[in-house]
Design a protein around this ligand. Structure first.
Ligand code: SAJ
Length: 429
């Protein structure tokens, strides 16, 4: 079968690039999003998110008539759902409300022979739950959970695995996990993805595909937690953690990741909780890694507080009352402008509350600070004042140079969360 028209539900960081890549292969894509502003922007051939080169691909797709956005689903041969899956409450329970409303929105336009793919990172069982919602809404059609290979509708979970900042390349090059509810569902989903995926399309069932995506991000979270825990231990033992990791990584079977101010973004800090929530007694290590990473911002804040106290103590006789603290970088990782779920933002926000502190932020990737950092002033790289306390939160390229190291290295109080100053030059970034 050759797909001529498909529909992408959710035009965010994953849905829009995926829609644009399908459209670039001359498949008609109907993009659906509840956000009217995003829909209008896309229909003008523009984009509402930041991702390298995406603007060009979307512009071409819209201009050539292969991509069109709307707020209301229309009939198509395949529906791909890429909506958020946050968690709610203290037990980090997965919140499937966006998947539920996407399923309910496409149900009226579903037709026999259609393929429905859940791309959103989801807890184990979410694809089967989605299939239930579809079946409830369309009793006139048959679904894999009741009719197996004979079903009218094919359903699969094919999780996205792309790295923000490299989405267009990774969409095409990465292997794709195809978790059909039946082998025929997988087969059809493979046919669809093979229109652009150069990596291998590897077939499994929907539950394993769900767990696979959660496992990948939990693996990374645990490894970052190991690095973060080492950084706290090394501080106590007066050891340079960057040197330590560099040395340990010279072992052929050791590859420790880098410590930081905490784990941000919408994936790694969220997805492991789905495993913990499904198996609370068994997922001990996964939970512990989340707790270690979530505790890191508070550790950084306590270091800033101690540094401020030392500055004030040293200046006791000069009647000095204000301490200038400059934070270098607030995005959730290097070389992006994405501040959402950034541990650095929460660190700055808390430090703004320290008495006697004046906060500045140097973030070369943004032109204004978000509202929740209204107590800080944004400085460009060439406006920077010499701070009393320098806090390096992100290892942006702009900070990875001798000039920056020399400037910050001259400050009395340095809290170097990324090893920009403290990483020995002989060790790679
Ligand atoms: N981080 C560290 N130390 C490191 C690596 C990362 O502190 O050594 C921090 C970053 O600063 C950031 C957070 O972890 O705050 C997450 O960054 P990331 O680059 O590890 O991952 P994301 O969230 O941008 O993308 C991840 C990727 N997953 C894996 O690498 C296993 C990506 O492939 C997924 O598609 C994406 O999550 C997703 O959408 O789930």
């Amino acid at each position: 079968m050759q797909f001529k028209t498909i529909s992408m539900i959710g035009l965010g960081y994953i849905g829009l690039p995926t829609a644009a890549v399908f459209a670039s292969r001359k498949i008609k894509v109907i993009g659906v999003d509840v956000n009217q502003k995003a829909v209008d922007t896309i229909n003008r051939g523009e984009i509402h998110i930041v991702e390298p080169d995406l603007d060009m691909v979307v512009h071409a797709a819209v201009k050539e008539g292969y991509l069109r956005a709307t707020t209301k689903p229309e009939p198509a041969e395949a529906f791909l759902i890429a909506v958020p899956t946050p968690f709610k409450g203290e037990n980090h329970e997965p919140d499937l409300r966006y998947i539920e409303s996407a399923a309910k929105a496409i149900a009226p336009v579903l037709a026999k022979g259609n393929l429905v793919i859940l791309e959103s990172t989801s807890p184990v069982g979410a694809t089967e739950q989605m299939a239930e919602w579809l079946a409830e809404a369309r009793p006139d059609l048959t679904f894999p959970q009741t009719h197996g290979e004979e079903s009218d509708i094919r359903i699969a979970h094919c999780p996205e695995r792309v790295l923000p900042g490299h989405v267009l390349r990774e969409l095409v090059q990465n292997d794709r996990i195809i978790g059909g509810m039946t082998p025929k569902c997988s087969q059809l989903a493979c046919t669809l993805y093979k229109t652009f995926v150069k990596g291998e399309c590897v077939v499994t069932n929907s539950r394993t595909a769900e767990m696979c995506k959660l496992t990948e991000n939990s693996f990374r979270d645990i490894n970052i937690a190991f690095a973060n825990e080492l950084s706290v231990i090394c501080e106590k033992l007066n050891i340079n953690v960057w040197e330590l990791i560099g040395l340990a990584n010279r072992h052929p079977r050791v590859n420790i990741l880098q410590p930081g101010p905490g784990v941000g973004g919408h994936c790694i800090a969220v997805d492991p909780w789905f495993i913990v929530n499904s198996a609370p007694l068994e997922a001990k290590l996964i939970r512990s890694a989340r707790e270690v990473n979530d505790a890191k911002p508070a550790w950084v804040i306590s270091k800033v507080k101690s540094a401020v106290e030392r500055v004030l103590l040293a200046a006791k006789n000069s009647e000095r009352e204000i301490v200038d603290v400059v934070f270098f970088g607030v995005s959730f990782k290097a070389n992006i402008d994405d501040l959402r779920e950034s541990p650095s933002v929460s660190i700055v926000r808390e430090c703004e509350k320290i008495e006697g502190v004046r906060c500045y932020v140097v973030e070369p990737n943004i032109s204004e600070l978000p509202e929740d950092l209204s107590g800080s002033q944004l400085l460009s790289c060439n406006q920077v004042i010499r701070p009393d306390v320098a806090v390096v939160l992100v290892d942006h390229d702009e900070f990875m140079c001798d000039e920056f190291r020399k400037f910050v290295g001259g400050c009395n109080e340095i809290i170097d969360c990324r090893g920009v100053i403290a990483r020995p030059e002989t060790l790679s970034k």
